[in-house]
Design a binder for this molecule. Sequence first.
Ligand SMILES: Cc1cc2nc3c(=O)[nH]c(=O)nc-3n(C[C@H](O)[C@H](O)[C@H](O)COP(=O)(O)OP(=O)(O)OC[C@H]3O[C@@H](n4cnc5c(N)ncnc54)[C@H](O)[C@@H]3O)c2cc1C
Length: 548
Amino acid sequence: CYCLPHQRCFPSPPVWHSFSKDIGGRLIQARPAAYPCHDPHYDEAACKVAKTKWTDALWRSDQVGASQHPQWDSFKQQKCLINASDTCYQGAVPIYAVDVRQADDVSKAFAFATKHHIRVIVKNTGHDYLGRSDGRGALSIWTHNLKTIDFSDNFERFQCPFDSKDGQVSAVTVGAGVQFGELYKAVAAQNKIVIAFDPPSVGAAGGYVGGGGHSVLAPTYGLPADNILEINVVTPDGSYFVANECQNKDLFWALRGGGPATFGVVLSVTYRTHPAPAAVTNVHHEVSANDSSSLRDFIAEYARLMPSIADKGYGGSFAALPNAGHLNYVLPGGNQSAAQQDWQPLVDFAASHPGLNVLQRVTMFPNFYAFFNATLCNRFKTQCTDLTGTNEILASRLLPRSLFVNSPDAIADAYMDILTRNSSNGARNFILTMSVGGGAGALGDEHSAALNPAWRKALWHTIIQAVWDDDASDDVIQHKFVDITNANQVFRDLAPESGSYMNEGDYNEPDWQTSFFGEHYERLVEIKALVDPHDVLACRNCVGSEAW
Ligand SMILES: Cc1cc2nc3c(=O)[nH]c(=O)nc-3n(C[C@H](O)[C@H](O)[C@H](O)COP(=O)(O)OP(=O)(O)OC[C@H]3O[C@@H](n4cnc5c(N)ncnc54)[C@H](O)[C@@H]3O)c2cc1C
């Protein structure tokens, strides 16, 4: 039970003011991003900027009061819409945010919130798909301005020497506010490569780490959790810890996949870096099918090929519509003819199938940054950003390798079930598959980090999506939430023993504890009770949030 702004227990403005002085004036009043477009505080110039930049993910991440998917900034009917002139409500946007610059700011914020029984949430870029970086009446800890990037060719963990067989370990320490576009640029300048190949606006050391993170490079370099060497964190009692394999081991374990904003505020994360490969291979397949049964045949064949593709180190994505699909894979290293050979079975299959037309394109890039610039970075031609600002929810399932080996046809049937179902304005007839499992990612110990052990067994992470306009009625929105859970039941039935990726998961995921955390949930609850006995940090579907 937390103290909310309309209650007497909520600190008065002078109390907030004195807290702000205590943290060097870094307490800011957060407003919804559309605030300047509404009376009585209408501001023509600021409103014009908000309208122009509304779907620009980098602009949104610069706003303390904006998440990437604006529905999370609302609370029930309390909204602040960009294309409406009625009242702008604060909604779920916290009124106050601490613009963190140092560990002490976080410690003091926790002390203040604990004293006044205020819930603390953490916001970095606002990409969260479960609304966890918003919180009505909460105190927001805003990490966006922690932008340091430090390289070391001989990284030394705190009181935790590496094995001599490891030799010198090359690493990059990333401040919690750094975004992937910034990180890739810096890493490329060092002629190195780092795990992850995320869109430029996503945070490199925030929710990605806590949620487990996925990467198309994982089949070559291991899962993101395997690539993290050290984490600096402030826990809710205000203590600062360096966590690694030897020091504060439970925290180190929990912070990699045990859920974001649950065990503390991460200040920085150190990733292992790898020497840049001599080239990067990018393989596309454009698939068009005469009918859905032909697409089904294609998906079954593709699924059959998957284990060998993942074992070779390829990662990628598959965007599927009822009669078409687009595969986009990447392999660090490689060459054109080897890539053609790797994928030949799929091309041969399509050539012999009367209902399929598959076009293959293999492109070689000189390095990873060139590939990033040509693909994820330049999708909007004008600026290296992402397109967000839409109301959007997702649901996910991790499909284990055993399915690909034993029943690829069942995978294809499940896909067609979702792609061709009567969605009646519910979840879209579209599946985005992230092919991010297998290969090196499957080799690590499934208990070495808190992330769901299902990740070690998975080859695909399936994502379905529902979107709606600002003027959608409550009934329509409610229907979207119900329908996406229903649609995803097809994948839950297909892989009942597996799990789901919490960062791109369903807001109403059934048995979310098992789906998001698997068998690690109980240990995570114990760690949560130790580091945050007063539940100062609480968020939707986060460890220990049942009582909230
Ligand atoms: C357009 C888009 C593309 C995406 N692509 C990928 C992808 O390729 N791979 C992938 O794995 N995921 C992807 N995601 C999902 C992404 O990993 C999650 O949304 C992630 O939680 C974003 O973290 P953030 O810190 O950037 O965002 P935020 O919304 O600011 O934070 C997300 C969560 O992390 C918490 N948090 C943030 N910073 C900290 C911190 N320093 N300490 C403790 N808790 C913190 C927040 O409280 C919140 O719970 C994508 C999301 C979007 C919207």
